[in-house]
Design a protein around this ligand. Structure first.
Ligand SMILES: Cc1cc2nc3c(=O)[nH]c(=O)nc-3n(C[C@H](O)[C@H](O)[C@H](O)COP(=O)(O)OP(=O)(O)OC[C@H]3O[C@@H](n4cnc5c(N)ncnc54)[C@H](O)[C@@H]3O)c2cc1C
Length: 433
């Protein structure tokens, strides 16, 4: 019998568990450990609540969690409740699938002013992540700035713009929908250091901005390259840029504006005791690089959301690559019997599906080193249960998650799939702990 620990139950953790279960059949016990009492990582806490079809991938993970040999163990933070070294003592191999939940710093003056938040915090707030339930982002001003030109920035701008009715069928949590409903926001400015040909936004997400009930996207025609230059773009980018070209004639009848401010680099955030404006330097392209022109201007904002990327959480004893914001690894291998997959391996890029080959590759490396039918003499789950018991840590199981899920479905607003519980205490008291 082989015993494997996977740390993190997001897509990368589940794809790794699926591949290991396939490689070993009944010959392996696979523990999927998560610091939260509930599974699925960013599928639950990152993917936008109004994109339910994407969240449906969790049905596949459910099958993995219920397959032979796989066990979900929630409410166990690795690095706190148990160390990686201890896991290596208990398991034949340990796979870090922690994702990259930390916001990258902007590195500019004023970024710690009240009103400035990272996207992990803001997205976590509207998606019911327990760490951000009390974020209370300031929505009392008329202007917000969203820094970044990727899909996360688009998610944030769209969520800030939607009306209550447009959230029908979404699992945005009640505290967020109520706060957004009372928002006084009128202008959301998306800052991008480079131009329309350098965005990292996909056509579907951009296209959605053109169909909002109360908000209209705006692009300055002067920022758009000559139309002929679009021919050199790959097809997805060409579609995205076509959407931007459609945004040059905003609909003045809609009360909210989503302004694309290209060639705009934030240099500092100013305000009296709180964010009031972002000072931006105009840039120009030098090849693919943005270079400053020295021209500065102010964009008003009481809320600033930075969507500029994420970093994996450093864990004691695990070598870390500061530049990449991930665990230092060679093709997923960190050290003997210790691996990384998903965003913990690659850094924060790629879609849900990109994590699948990662999991498969690492499972193949493990299977090659530890052939099916061999036994490493490790204690596995029983050893972990004893260690956690001695420390007074009470893990959750997949059955517990089923209980939580049923209660969330029962508590849903009319038309919504669920109303998430957002606090550890709510989850654990529901389970009678
Ligand atoms: C805002 C946002 C929206 C997105 N929308 C889409 C989309 O629409 N479509 C798409 O294809 N992709 C989307 N993505 C990308 C997608 O979510 C990622 O590719 C994917 O979630 C990465 O998977 P992962 O398993 O590496 O990390 P995660 O999904 O982050 O999972 C990591 C897990 O590890 C756990 N963990 C962390 N530290 C510890 C620890 N110390 N001990 C125990 N457990 C720990 C976490 O609780 C979490 O459950 C989005 C990403 C973001 C940020």
């Amino acid at each position: 019998m082989r015993h494997f620990a996977i740390v993190g139950s997001g897509p990368a953790g589940f794809y790794t568990a699926e591949a290991l279960a396939k490689a070993y059949g009944a010959g392996a016990a696979i523990d999927l450990i998560d610091k939260l009492p509930v599974p699925y990582g960013l599928i639950r806490f990152g993917v936008a609540p109004d994109h339910q079809s994407i969240k449906a991938v969790s049905r596949r993970y459910e099958q993995v969690a219920e397959s032979e040999g796989v066990r979900f163990i929630g409410n166990v933070a690795v690095g706190e409740a148990v160390s990686v070294d201890q896991l290596l003592g208990l398991y034949d191999a340990v796979v870090l699938a922690t994702g990259a939940p930390h916001d990258r710093a902007l590195g500019i003056a004023g970024e710690n002013l009240p009103g400035v938040v990272g996207s992990a915090a803001f997205v976590g707030w509207y998606n019911g992540h327990p760490d951000f339930a009390d974020l209370d982002p300031p929505l009392d001003g008329e202007a917000a700035v969203v820094i970044g030109n990727g899909n996360v920035a688009l998610d944030v701008a769209r969520i800030l713009s939607k009306t209550r009715d447009e959230f029908a069928g979404a699992d945005i949590v009640n505290h967020a929908i109520d706060a957004l409903d009372h928002s006084r926001l009128r202008t959301i400015t998306l800052l991008g250091r480079r131009g329309p040909h350098q965005i990292a936004m996909t056509p579907k997400e951009l296209g959605e901005l053109g169909h909002l009930a109360a908000a209209s996207p705006e692009v300055d025609p002067g920022d758009l390259p000559d139309e002929g230059a679009d021919a050199a773009l790959e097809p997805g980018m060409r579609k995205s840029v076509a959407h931007l070209r459609g945004f040059v004639a905003p609909d003045a009848a809609r009360p909210k504006r989503i302004v694309f401010d290209f060639f705009a680099r934030p240099v500092r955030i100013e305000g009296e005791g709180r964010a009031e404006r972002v000072i931006v330097e105009r840039t120009r392209l030098d090849g693919a690089r943005a270079v400053g022109t020295g021209e500065e201007y102010a964009v008003p904002a009481r809320l600033v959301v930075s969507c500029i990327g994420y970093a994996a959480p450093p864990i004691g004893g695990v070598p870390y690559d500061q530049t990449g914001g991930r665990y230092a690894n060679e093709e997923g291998r960190i050290a003997d019997r210790l691996f990384a997959v998903g965003w913990a391996r690659r850094g924060p890029s790629g879609t849900i599906g990109t994590n699948r080959p990662d999991g498969q590759e690492v499972a193949a490396q493990i299977a090659a080193a530890m052939p099916e039918g061999s036994d490493g003499g490790k204690a596995g789950h029983e050893g972990l249960a004893a260690l956690l018991g001695a420390r007074g840590v009470h893990p959750t199981s997949f059955d517990d998650w089923r209980t939580i899920e049923a209660a969330e479905v029962a508590a849903a607003r009319a038309g919504a799939p669920r109303e998430k519980f957002v606090r550890h205490t709510d989850w654990l008291s529901l389970l009678g702990r």
